[in-house]
Design a protein around this ligand. Structure first.
Ligand SMILES: Cc1cc2nc3c(=O)[nH]c(=O)nc-3n(C[C@H](O)[C@H](O)[C@H](O)COP(=O)(O)OP(=O)(O)OC[C@H]3O[C@@H](n4cnc5c(N)ncnc54)[C@H](O)[C@@H]3O)c2cc1C
Length: 504
């Protein structure tokens, strides 16, 4: 087994250091990058590779987000990899997910390939040399390195880890309390006896509020409009039933995976086929968990179809328990202005606050904000089309991972890794050193659609950034499928010789 090239720069040198060549360069050591590395190593034990991550530790999302109570809203049987059994309750805390990833890194000996504090800033493809030249900055402003790679595997996630989305509201400058973003949670933030306002209504707000409600004096969730919630048990009833059978971990993982996959396929299908029924089901399932006489219409009845934005999971209904106990409350209104001591909303009400948490989401980033060029030409992604949500037309030897909105992200990591593995094997069989998705003559006048059709999925962070994203066509293979139920059939069978991939 060959290890990754050393990247230690010579002391005191300013110029770009040559960090060596690898067959595959993976960007990102989150769930996607670690999964990709495992699959690559399992299938091609002799290929050299390296994983570069800008952060100082593994885990991506789960390293960045360390606010109180941070947890998955997917079950871990499907959020865990296909190849590594999950042994805990269905929903896991951020730390438990990091521990799971550590086990994967450990068991598959991946640590030696990961280079932390390596931010990829630019990637240039040369057809003549059949390789990518990848510019890297160590730390924030540290020495520059240059790797070369035969294949680039972008596992960078979808948002900027360093810069969360922080909207500005009128009057923020005069607010005398503390404003924090969950992506940058101060470890020493003292909540004891504080009045906290959490701006936002998504999964982050729903997770954070029960976790801080006991310590804070009171928490107010301030939302512009309601979201959908679902309150399953932390441990699935099937797992409870199977518990006494003492099944091998692998069996348990597979059975629970199938259970959750079936359940989530049903949920996604129903959201399209019977949205009104699903809407009613979701609202009615939380109504009994709310305090007597609670205004469900105002605070918990969204104005969009279920799953047009993510459904926030509230395991065991803990958010609703804090509402019942009076430790938290909800205001549904728009912010007019911050005041010295709180937030004034359009109704005229002023919500007192010592701490304001802006659970307002992300700044989406396209392929890690890396500046791409192909044979000297800068790549403008807004003019490009996705090939199966895995590659991009006109960009050779590059795959990317983007997970599902409505299913566990990791289900797609495994599927995409299989496809990339097939592609690399195909190149080898054909004696090709380059593969590039290319629009065929019949694809040239194809009608292009936005990366995410707002009718299908329209969360704020996606809609804010559509203009910087690449596009999709209206037929395969130029589509970015959103449903695992279809993709798990389509991707393994994807024809690599249909003329849309040009091998050289
Ligand atoms: C709080 C929270 C909870 C979530 N819960 C769920 C859930 O329950 N289920 C679900 O399916 N999804 C969930 N998600 C979505 C989540 O982002 C994905 O599940 C998944 O973690 C993405 O993994 P990733 O490895 O693709 O990307 P990330 O986790 O974003 O990791 C990408 C890594 O790439 C690095 N990187 C990016 N650009 C560069 C660059 N230019 N150079 C070097 N390194 C770079 C980053 O530093 C980062 O470490 C959640 C998201 C958040 C924020």
């Amino acid at each position: 087994m060959t290890t990754a090239p050393t990247t230690a720069p010579a002391q005191g040198t300013e110029k770009i250091q040559d960090a060596g060549h690898v067959d595959v360069l993976i960007v990102g050591a989150g769930v996607s990058g670690i999964g990709a590395a495992h699959h690559l190593r399992a299938q091609f034990p002799d290929r050299t590779f390296v994983i570069l991550d800008a952060q100082d530790n593994r885990g991506g999302t789960w390293w960045t987000h360390r606010y109180p109570g941070v947890r998955s809203d997917s079950d871990l049987f499907t959020y865990g990899y296909r190849f590594k059994p999950w042994r805990g309750p269905s929903i896991a805390a951020g730390e438990e997910i990091l521990a799971y990833l550590d086990e994967v890194i450990d068991e598959y000996d991946l640590d030696q390939y990961i280079r932390y504090r390596h931010r990829v800033t630019a990637a240039s493809w040369s057809t003549e040399d059949r390789r990518w030249t990848v510019e890297v900055t160590r730390g924030d402003t540290g020495p520059q390195l240059r790797f070369t790679a035969g294949f680039l595997w972008m596992c960078q996630g979808y948002y900027n880890h360093a810069k969360p989305y922080r909207p500005r509201w009128e009057g923020m400058d005069r607010f005398q309390g503390v404003v924090v973003h969950p992506q940058r949670w101060p470890e020493d933030l003292d909540l004891a006896g504080k009045r906290v306002v959490v701006i936002g209504s998504g999964a982050t707000a729903a997770t954070l509020i029960p976790a801080i409600a006991q310590e804070a004096e009171h928490v107010t969730m301030l939302q512009r409009s309601p979201s959908y919630y679902f309150a399953p048990p932390t441990t699935h009833e099937l797992a409870v039933m199977l518990g006494p059978l003492d099944l091998p971990d692998e069996w348990m993982h597979e059975i629970m995976r199938r259970q959750y996959i079936t359940q989530y396929h049903w949920l996604a299908r129903t959201s399209f086929e019977a949205p009104d029924e699903l809407h009613a089901f979701l609202i009615e399932s939380i109504r009994p968990l709310l305090p007597e006489g609670f205004d469900v219409d105002k605070h918990f009845t969204p104005h969009y179809r279920p799953w047009q934005q993510r459904i926030a999971i509230v395991p065991d209904g803990d958010l609703f328990a804090t509402l019942r106990e009076g430790k938290a409350s909800i205001v549904t209104d728009t912010i007019e202005t911050f005041t010295e001591h709180g937030i004034k909303v359009s109704s005229g009400e002023e919500i007192p606050a010592d701490i304001v948490v802006t659970a307002t989401g992300f700044n989406l980033s396209v392929l890690g904000d890396v500046a791409f060029t192909v044979d000297g030409e800068p790549v403008d992604f807004t003019e490009r089309v996705t090939w199966r949500g895995v590659m991009i037309n006109g960009v050779p030897n590059m795959a990317y991972v983007f997970g599902y909105f409505r299913h566990s992200w990791t289900l797609r990591v495994d599927l995409v890794s299989d496809l990339v593995g097939r592609l690399l094997a195909d190149m080898q069989d054909k004696g090709a050193t380059m593969v590039v998705p290319t629009l065929r003559p019949q694809d040239k006048d194809m009608q292009l659609r936005p990366w995410s059709d707002p009718e299908n999925f329209n969360s704020g962070y996606v809609m804010r950034s559509q203009h910087i994203l690449f596009k999709q066509g209206h037929r395969e293979p130029w589509t970015h499928m959103l449903e695992h139920e279809q993709e798990r059939e389509i991707l393994p069978e994807a024809d690599l010789d249909d003329g849309t991939l040009v091998y050289r």
